[in-house]
Write a protein that binds this ligand. Structure first.
Ligand code: HAM
Length: 433
């Protein structure tokens, strides 16, 4: 029988080499910055009724057309692993009437998302996002504050340099007019476009502007700009977003070809791109925008203005510098016990438990192996001290304490040793493993 492997495009995160530690640190940093901006964490299930994403993300998007993991459950209901977090969070906000208790709701989330894309560096089938969404605030200042949150978090990770691209897609009327203008412009050129763009011309013409195919590039350049199609209210909103962003000190560039791959956006859209080259082709660290029509689209009786973003965790970690390994305070209990000498090993386990309860990270070797091999393991684990327990120590309620840095050895009562290690350990603090 062959060995089993993880599903293609889905990755393990292992403690060796500090991988898990980097994830935990990123998650802690995200929770910290969200708390400082007033966002509270929401957790939604990783699967939903498929219809949520059909209605929310849009029928004519790549995500819904080709990338969702959709299956029937045992009751014959169609479920999808969530391809993104926004539709789920809005569903939860409506279901739990989150806006009945407060006029503005700020939610943050982190977790796995699933898209059946072709795996590549920075592109996976199970990937992770951290995201934030604000509901109930129509102001362009909310757009700017939320973009600032994303940029501040990215900066805190030491990722960079990055570029924030900004655009406005206007409201539904603007989009309809712009779609017609694009169809009128691209139809006579259809023969010269890539197959994908030709298909998009009928289904989702705005996405032609996303194409990187060399056959499309010259025609894209001459296409009408959505910024010229904005109505007065959209234009005013966009001008104010730019002014507020400038006030928050987030540098940005306006890119009228930024259209996004999800259908729910209205007015502001943005994307943060890593321009260091570390990510190769998958250089979008994250993206988001305003989606004032999604609540009603998903059944809310009241329209609710909304704005949010999501960032790709794997991409942030690829782009972030590796921080130095934090210093940890760890001790090891070594039992001078031969196989069958249960009382000494039991005393060693008891001492380790007491130390752990005192907040000290403690390893104990339970294998009944030689002192020498236990000492080697203690030193491999970078223990600060080794606590040696033999029959004599156990009989007298004492412990022999060896300082692995100086080699110095002392003997003292259990209570004294525990008090000393508790104090040293709490002075040093602890960091994620
Ligand atoms: P999105 O642009 O589809 O937007 O995804 C956001 C980020 O998730 C991307 O910029 C990228 O960093 C990461 N990402 C997407 N797909 C993959 C993948 N296959 N592998 C690795 N990373 C990936 C959204 O998902 C919207 N929900 C953002 C939003 C929130 N808009 C409003 N609120």
């Amino acid at each position: 029988m062959g060995t089993l492997q993880a599903v293609t495009g889905m990755n393990d995160v292992l403690p060796g080499g500090g991988d898990t530690r980097r994830w935990l640190r990123l998650e802690a940093a995200f929770r910290d910055v969200c708390a400082r901006y007033g966002y509270a964490e929401v957790r939604t299930p990783i699967c939903e009724y498929a219809e949520l994403f059909h209605r929310g993300v849009g029928e004519a998007t790549d995500i819904v057309e080709k990338e969702m993991y959709t299956f029937e459950d045992r009751g014959g209901r169609k479920l999808s692993l969530r391809p993104e977090g926004t539709a789920s969070a809005v569903r939860a906000a409506i279901e739990h009437a989150a806006l009945a208790q407060q006029p503005v709701v700020r939610w943050a989330y982190l977790g796995p998302m699933f898209r059946a894309e072709k795996p590549a560096k920075g592109r996976y089938r199970q990937f992770h996002q951290v995201g934030a969404e604000v509901y109930g605030d129509p102001s362009p200042a909310a757009d700017a504050e939320c973009i600032d949150l994303a940029a501040t978090f990215i900066r805190s990770l030491g990722v960079g340099p990055v570029s924030v691209r900004l655009n406005s897609l206007g409201g539904a009327d603007t989009r309809r007019r712009y779609r017609d203008a694009l169809v009128a412009y691209f139809t006579p050129l259809a023969d010269r476009l890539s197959e994908e763009s030709r298909a998009r011309l009928a289904r989702n013409p705005l996405r032609i502007l996303d194409s990187k195919d060399p056959r499309d590039l010259p025609h894209k350049a001459g296409a009408p700009s959505i910024l010229d199609a904005l109505d007065d209210a959209d234009r005013e909103h966009f001008e104010q977003v730019k002014a507020f962003l400038t006030a928050t000190g987030v540098p940005f560039t306006v890119d009228p070809t930024l259209v996004r791959g999800l259908d729910y956006y209205t007015r502001t859209v943005f994307e943060v791109v890593d321009v260091s080259g570390a990510l190769g082709a998958q250089d979008a660290l994250g993206a988001g925008g305003r989606y004032d029509a999604l609540f009603t689209e998903l059944g809310s009786a009241q329209p609710v203005p909304a704005f949010g973003f999501a960032l790709g965790v794997e991409r942030l970690l690829l782009a972030a510098p590796d921080a130095p390994e934090p210093q940890r305070f760890t001790v090891s209990v070594v039992a001078a016990a031969k196989a069958g000498d249960t009382p000494v090993l039991a005393a060693a386990l008891g001492l380790a438990k007491e130390l752990r309860e005192a907040g000290v990270e403690t390893l104990v070797d339970t294998r009944f192996v030689s002192m020498k091999s236990q000492m080697r393991r203690a030193s491999d684990a970078a223990s600060r001290y080794v606590l040696i327990l033999g029959g004599d120590e156990v009989a007298k309620g004492e412990v022999t304490l060896k300082d692995l840095a100086s080699g110095e050895q002392t003997r003292a009562s259990r209570a004294e040793v525990i008090a000393r290690l508790r104090a040293e350990s709490s002075a040093q603090g602890s960091a994620p493993r």
